[in-house]
Design a protein around this ligand. Structure first.
Ligand code: ACO
Length: 326
């Protein structure tokens, strides 16, 4: 049985100019220490967008790099799905601004809001559109200027996040319908709005008229993350019949080194099969997985034909996973 698959044709990423270390945060007056942040989270630094660097500008750079890598131009893409929590404007969708910046004047573009699960959600939406024939090639982007949402007086959250963008180009290609196909093999999405108060921003266009600041019950998020992520990874494995030892790379959402290590152990994967960027990028929300994918593919770790497992959890709560044959 042949069936359409969404095959990764290219990847790219973009980081803001300014690198900010933990010690830089201390120097700026945050009551914390490099030792505390590293020990609890594995974070050593993050990139922070200046005023002239926005979600759209970072997303556009990452998308251009992904198109170049795919050997494709603006005419070849007819869908853009952008996962972000920090759009340039409340409307229009940042995806349409990226579309304009890339000189794409056909097809359709929209944003997906699932916070840290944004890229997994965006990938699943694009995969659905491609497999149904609604588009032929898609840019899937995760982009954030998440530091714009931080309360610098709240040390329990402001040390955790950073800015950046990553993108992949997906192209619909005929496959055989087996796990041997290149492309997205399965996607799994969940949400449960009862957990809103564990992770949210205290503002919005319809309530305060402001963008608000991130508020988080860290331990509650941690506990849910480990359990929900284990479940949604199991779903992907069960749906495909793929065994954990067949996975070449785990590319998890980069929230916290301890959550990443727990997932690697749960799957029985050696640390060298787990892609980690949280030490240098911190938590870039929807951008973290495509940034990590782009890094590991660019440096030659992820090779065409290999099996890549991605998973994420974020505010809502939202969570999801996907298995991709690169
Ligand atoms: N620097 C120094 N001390 C701090 C800091 C800081 N930045 N932040 C908190 N502390 C203090 C607290 O005040 C507290 O002090 P006390 O014992 O005197 O009251 C102490 O450190 C311990 O605080 P906890 O909140 O219990 O610290 P915990 O070990 O839970 O670590 C953390 C906090 C890192 C946020 C952890 O709960 C965590 O990783 N949670 C997961 C949440 C996460 O990763 N969220 C990202 C967004 S969601 C997502 O992407 C999945």
């Amino acid at each position: 049985m042949s069936r359409l698959r969404s095959v990764v044709a290219g990847f790219g990423s973009a980081l803001p100019r300014a690198r900010v270390t933990n010690d830089d945060l201390v120097a700026r007056g945050v009551e914390t220490s490099d030792e505390w942040i590293r020990q609890r989270t594995g974070i050593a630094g993050r990139y922070m967008a200046d005023a002239d660097e926005t979600t759209v500008s970072l997303a556009t750079s990452a998308a251009r790099a992904a198109l170049d890598r795919a050997g494709m131009g603006p005419d070849d893409v007819d869908l853009i799905v952008l996962g972000t929590t920090t759009p340039d404007d409340t409307f229009p969708a940042s995806a349409t601004q990226v579309q304009a910046a890339l000189g794409i004047h056909h097809g359709f573009a929209f944003d997906v809001q699932a916070v840290c699960s944004g890229f997994v959600y965006a990938l699943a939406m694009a995969d659905n559109c491609l497999r149904l024939g609604q588009a032929r090639a898609a840019l899937v982007i995760g982009a954030e200027t998440f530091t714009r949402l931080l309360d610098w007086e709240d040390r329990t959250t402001c040390v955790l996040f950073g800015d950046g963008a990553g993108a992949v180009v997906l192209r619909a290609e005929e496959g055989t319908g087996t796990n041997a196909d290149r492309g997205i093999l399965t996607t799994h999405l969940h949400s449960d709005g009862r957990h809103r108060d564990a992770l949210y921003v205290d503002g919005g266009p319809s309530t305060t008229g402001t963008v608000g600041h991130v508020r988080m019950k860290g331990q509650e998020v941690f506990r849910h993350a480990v359990n929900r992520l284990a479940e949604v990874v199991d779903e992907a494995l069960t749906a495909t019949g793929i065994r954990p030892d067949e996975i070449d790379w785990l590319v998890p959402h980069q929230a916290n080194r301890r959550i990443i290590d727990a997932m690697g152990r749960k799957l029985g994967l050696p640390p060298e099969k787990v892609v980690v960027t949280v030490d240098r990028h911190a938590n870039t929300s929807a951008a973290s997985i495509p940034l990590a994918l782009a890094e590991a593919a660019a440096d030659g770790r992820i090779q065409p034909g290999q099996l890549v497992l991605i998973e994420a959890m974020g505010g809502g709560f939202t969570w999801g996973s996907s298995l991709i044959r690169w």
